[in-house]
Design a protein around this ligand. Structure first.
Ligand code: ARG
Length: 586
């Protein structure tokens, strides 16, 4: 369980030490170490420091180079240009560092120095409604972020802020009262997610038709909303049936997505009902919110509508109803004050950015968010169809998430079947799910979340290019080599010199911890995806250049197997953090 300093940080330390010995007034100045094409690293910071100290940059650079310990991590150092240092790492140091990583089950990745508590708000579909691609993005990105933060040692509380409250329940409940068997399950038979959703859909549509055409039903539905808000028992029990039926459906979709969603973490809008009145009261008392045309509102200097008039955040409507904002403000109080969170991450569609901007600002004014707490929206873009327009069916309807998942798995089955020689039907089905769902997740995670992306299944399950299948094949290929190795076992041999492709692969493997730390603090899982893709590409180049089982000496075979094994473990760990499986055979 030892964290392993990366070569970059070791070299940084060495150069910084030599620098402060050569130029004491520079103190702990940063030598600005960067990766370089000419050598392994380049130190770019000396030029500016020399200028500041009125010293000759090339002379200072030479002095720093001369002050580095011999026979150490750095094999070669040369002054270049006006005062840069080109640094080449010793092969031995690369292999030794990788061996230390391999000896650790966390691959040498350290825990965060000051872990805190982060609430991640993600995977938040709406009761009695079909899930769509927007919910897919929130679930996929949120699940990856939860895993990445937990791996870093952060305490993570998951919150699925499902839409389970609102006036539409008046109409649904009233309809169910008047058609009491619509949600019945025959006997004690378990219903599937599909069946649950189809009853909900049927009820929703029928209730809507009545609501729009029958004034008396509309009245009864409205009175039902009042009963619901008053917590009338029978009404609440019927509301609960809609929630439970929806959960059957949600969990079946999350199951298909190979994603664990725990019931205790599903705290929907209704979970904050008890707090709403107090939230509004505090806001009004403190003057953060003011009455405007009967509604309780918060105003912002920089939020104006197209007509130039301020657009407020409405926390309580003029009819006394509470909306989305009151719930989110109460949730902030709960998450900071009761759950002890110092960071709140909301994985929500970018189209809700104005809402969150106003909600966060209101919470700051009210003192619920202070300097010690931060709230961020990990805002994601829209999923587009192949035509570049928001994803719709040919009939112009929103695409059902389940249909997409099923289709991805079907396409993946075709790919797996084509490649598989000795797989049984059962194995093909299992691999197809891992490949198909992985493909969907990877396509989502490999572009920066804020950007829109095109949903293109052909591209997603392609074996070539930046896809999860490509990564899964790289992993499976390594496993097959390890199986074929027989008695030869992976073992590091630091005494061996490395070929260029081995060095490139090794230096990239060494960056894993660095990349994870960056991804955890910037909430950018696409950088982990990019790292893994580059890793697979480095591996492909290594595999083409360096025979593994047919290497010249037994030591070289072992050392190359060692590189293969560490690559596989790094791929496996990285993919797992993205929520993607790595089958042993493909
Ligand atoms: N249920 C909402 C939707 O489908 C997303 C909820 C986002 N989270 C929140 N705390 N508002 O758009």
């Amino acid at each position: 369980m030892a964290s392993v300093p990366s070569l970059a940080s070791t070299v940084h330390q060495r150069v910084a030490d030599a620098l402060s010995a050569a130029l004491p007034e520079a103190g702990t100045a940063d030598p600005l170490l960067r990766r370089s094409d000419r050598a392994d690293f380049q130190a770019n910071g000396i030029l500016a420091l020399a200028k500041k100290a009125k010293a000759n940059p090339r002379e200072l650079a030479a002095q720093v180079a001369g002050g580095l310990p011999a026979n150490d991590v750095i094999k070669e150092i040369e002054v270049s240009g006006p005062g840069f240092l080109n640094i080449t790492i010793a092969d031995r140091a690369i292999t030794e560092t990788l061996a230390a990583r391999a000896a650790d089950e966390r691959l040498g990745v350290p825990y965060a120095e000051n872990p805190g508590t982060t609430v991640v708000d993600y995977a938040q579909p709406n009761v009695a409604k079909e899930m769509h691609v927007g919910h897919l993005r929130s679930a996929v990105i949120g699940d990856a972020m939860v895993k990445i933060l937990e791996f870093a040692g952060e305490k993570v509380v998951r919150r699925h802020h499902i839409g389970d409250w609102g006036t539409q329940f008046g109409m649904l409940i009233q309809y169910l009262i008047e058609h009491p068997h619509e949600l019945d399950h025959e006997g004690s038979r378990e219903v599937s997610g599909e069946e649950a959703m189809s009853s909900l859909n049927r009820i929703y549509k029928a209730a809507r038709v009545l609501f729009d055409s029958d004034e008396e039903f509309k009245d009864r539905a409205r009175r039902r909303v009042v009963d619901l808000q008053a917590g009338e028992k029978e009404t609440l029990a019927l509301w609960q049936r809609f929630v439970d039926e929806s959960k059957i459906y949600f969990y079946s979709v999350f199951g298909k997505l190979d994603m664990e969603i725990r019931d205790a973490d599903v705290v929907g809008e209704s979970g904050y009902n008890e707090m709403l009145e107090e939230t509004c009261h505090i806001l009004e008392e403190s003057g953060v919110a003011v009455r405007s045309e009967g509604a309780l509102c918060v105003f912002f200097d920089d939020v104006k509508g197209p007509d130039g008039n301020p657009v407020p955040l409405i926390v309580k409507k003029s009819n006394g109803g509470y909306g989305y904002a009151a719930t989110d403000l109460s949730a902030i109080r709960d998450r900071v004050q009761s759950l002890g969170a110092d960071t709140l991450v909301y994985v929500v569609d970018a189209r809700q950015s104005l809402h969150f901007k106003m909600v966060f600002e209101t919470a700051r004014r009210a003192g619920w968010l202070n300097d010690q707490e931060k709230a961020v929206q990990l805002a994601f873009g829209t999923v587009l169809g192949k035509d570049g327009k928001p994803f719709k069916t040919r009939e112009g309807e929103t695409v059902r998430l389940v249909d997409l998942l099923d289709e991805a798995v079907e396409r993946a089955a075709a790919v797996v079947r084509e490649k598989a020689q000795d797989l049984t039907e059962e194995e093909i089905a299992e691999r197809a799910a891992q490949v198909g769902i992985g493909a969907i997740k990877y396509a989502d995670l490999s572009t920066s979340a804020s950007r829109d992306y095109k949903f293109d299944l052909d591209q997603m399950v392609s074996l070539n290019g930046d896809t999860s299948v490509y990564l899964q094949y790289a992993y499976a290929r390594i496993q097959s080599i390890l199986r074929k190795a027989g008695d030869a076992k992976p073992a590091a041999h630091p005494e061996l010199g490395l070929a260029p492709a081995e060095r490139a692969l090794g230096l990239h493997l060494d960056r894993f911890a660095e990349v994870l730390a960056e991804v955890a603090s910037s909430y950018e899982p696409h950088k982990l995806a990019a790292y893994l893709y580059q890793l697979a590409s480095h591996y492909t180049a290594f595999y083409a250049d360096c025979p593994v089982l047919k290497a010249e000496t037994p030591e070289m075979v072992e050392n190359r197997l060692f590189l293969c094994d560490l690559t596989a473990r790094t791929l496996h760990q990285g993919m797992a953090l993205l929520g993607i499986r790595t089958p042993e055979r493909l």
